[in-house]
Design a protein around this ligand. Structure first.
Ligand code: HEC
Length: 151
């Protein structure tokens, strides 16, 4: 079937062509002193969970995976990072208003409880982001402790 061969060739040509449309992997400089981990100094295990499960999309310290080199997957990743940082960026924790931090903590608890965050698609590709029930509880307990002492 000649038409199929032509279609496959066109598709492959398109796949090659879109590789030239890269993504922006840079992040603005930020003051480390305002980072959530610096401000709140969680226990090591808790800090690791935040880094593994949230920091790629909610901080300026994104670790881009190898497949972020390839379009169209990289466009999707970039979108998640841009939107994630827009909603909540732990690199600017110390600059946020008190009410906004309290609200963010409340939302984080909710998102973890309902299993929306970390994003399931992300967890499928990042085993280290997978939280057991016990770890989720530990995460939530830590967040609740912030609600009591945050100023
Ligand atoms: C793969 C990227 C990614 C990861 C990893 C990720 N998030 Fe998100 N997060 C997003 C995006 C994109 C949004 C905005 C769209 C949405 O609300 O679904 C968001 C939104 C949020 C919001 C705001 C929800 C709202 O309704 O406004 C909270 C809170 C949040 N994330 C917490 C977390 C926490 C806590 C973690 C780690 C346990 C985490 N996220 C991991 C991408 C991510």
């Amino acid at each position: 079937m000649k038409i199929i061969k032509i279609l496959v060739a066109l598709l492959m040509g398109a796949l090659v062509a879109i590789q030239f449309v890269g993504i922006d992997k840079t992040a603005p400089d930020f003051n480390q002193e305002n980072d959530l981990l610096t401000r709140k100094t969680p226990p090591a295990e808790m800090a690791q969970m935040l880094r593994n499960a949230c920091y790629d999309c909610h901080s300026n310290e994104t670790q881009w995976p190898w497949y972020s080199h390839f379009a169209p997957v990289n466009w999707m990743l970039e979108k998640h990072v841009i939107e994630g940082r827009e909603k909540l960026n732990f690199s600017y924790w110390g600059e946020m208003e008190f009410e906004d931090r309290l609200f963010a903590v409340e939302e984080m608890i909710e998102e973890i409880e309902i299993g929306e965050m970390p994003m399931p698609g992300y967890v499928a590709m990042h085993k280290s982001a997978q939280l057991t029930d016990a770890q989720k509880q530990q995460f939530i307990d830590w967040l609740r402790s912030l609600q009591n002492i945050d100023e």
